[in-house]
Design a protein around this ligand. Structure first.
Ligand code: GLN
Length: 203
């Protein structure tokens, strides 16, 4: 059975994430309540509007259970508004976040809708010519210790990873061929098989 990835589905482009995850062979479950977080192999926080997500997380009683899931060690992939939720510090304006990824992000840091678009990325881990679609994207202005920068737009870090947490300023779920989502899928599969072998050793 293929691994099961939960996709936070309160608001935003969760359907695009589900389509991208299906395209790389994973199963998905929409997460709208705490019970939806059970027995997941990975978790995706989609793009959308981070302030609306914060409000809905409170309304649905999901803030604390989602925090536990994000801290559990399973692979997490967060894009755009999702990255804002994970960041240690959020500016423009300051707002609450889980603070699990030591980066500073400025909301709408590349300008508003007018400045959205597709831009060339440089990366040593993605295929040459990979581009990123930025939509009212947050800008990473500081990267803390232990954070790996996997791709840049100009000098800016736009795809980062720390342990099981990965985050992108842009929208890899909209990319042709899904190279970034594919890397996440590989991490989910690796973490599943590591867990299975640990369970077998323990039994
Ligand atoms: N501008 C949005 C925010 O600040 C993020 C945009 C996106 O997720 N595409 O929450």
């Amino acid at each position: 059975m293929e691994p099961l990835v939960g996709v936070l589905a309160l608001q935003g482009d969760f359907l695009d994430h589900e389509a991208a995850l299906h395209a790389v062979g994973l199963r998905t479950r929409q997460v709208r309540a705490a019970a939806d977080l059970c027995l997941l192999d990975g978790l995706v926080l989609p793009g959308g509007e981070s302030t609306t997500m914060l409000t809905l997380l409170d309304v649905e009683g999901l803030w604390a259970p989602l925090g536990d899931a994000l801290r559990s060690g399973m692979p997490v992939f967060a894009t755009c508004a999702g990255m804002i939720l994970l960041a240690e510090q959020v500016e423009n304006p300051r707002q609450r976040s889980y603070g699990l990824l030591p980066i500073t992000v400025v909301r709408n840091g590349y300008g508003r809708q007018l400045h959205s678009g597709t831009f060339a990325l440089t990366s040593s881990v993605l295929p040459n010519g990979t581009t990123g679609t930025f939509i009212r994207a947050p800008r990473i202005t500081a990267v803390g210790p232990g954070v790996e920068v996997l791709a840049r737009r100009g000098d800016d870090a736009v795809l980062v990873q720390k342990g099981p947490l990965r985050a992108a300023c842009f929208h890899p779920e909209l990319q042709e061929g899904h190279p970034v989502v594919d890397r996440f899928a590989a991490a989910v599969r690796a973490s599943c098989s590591a867990r299975r072998s640990a369970q077998e050793r323990a039994s």
